[in-house]
Design a protein around this ligand. Structure first.
Ligand SMILES: [Mg+2]
Length: 114
C-alpha cells in the first residue's frame, strides 16, 4: 500500500466535498466505531462453522466494511496529525513487553493473566 497516495486520495475526497468541516475527531472516532460494528454485524450470532462460510459468501461486504474502517482511521490520523507508523511501532514495542514470547506463545490470556 502506498500510504502517502492513499492519504492524499482521502484528503482530496473530503476537501472536494467540503466535508472537512464535519470530520472532527469526535465524529471520526464515532464513524470508525460504527463501521467496525457493521463488520461485526456480518458475523453476529454465527457459530464457528458459519463464520468460515460467511467469510467466503460475504467477502465483498466484508471488504467494503474493512475499507470504511481504514478510511475513517486514516482520516482521523490525518486530522489529528498523528505519525501512524511511529505510534504503531511504539505500541508493538509495548505489546512485546506485555506479552513476552516465552510467556504468551500459544496462549489466549490477557497480559495480567500470564
Ligand atoms: Mg460501512
Amino acid at each position: 500500500m502506498n500510504y502517502d497516495k492513499i492519504m492524499e486520495e482521502i484528503r482530496t475526497f473530503c476537501e472536494d466535498r467540503d466535508w472537512r468541516q464535519f470530520h472532527n475527531p469526535k465524529d471520526l472516532a464515532s464513524a470508525l466505531s460504527i463501521e467496525a460494528s457493521e463488520l461485526q454485524e456480518i458475523y453476529l450470532w454465527k457459530n464457528p462453522a458459519e463464520v468460515d462460510d460467511v467469510s467466503k459468501k460475504k467477502r465483498d461486504q466484508i471488504e467494503q466494511e474493512i475499507a470504511d474502517i481504514a478510511i475513517y482511521l486514516l482520516d482521523l490520523v490525518d486530522v489529528l496529525d498523528i505519525d501512524l507508523e511511529k505510534v504503531i511501532q511504539e505500541k508493538l514495542e509495548q505489546n512485546r513487553k506485555k506479552y513476552p514470547v516465552e510467556d504468551a506463545k500459544g496462549k489466549n490470556l490477557k497480559y495480567d493473566e500470564l
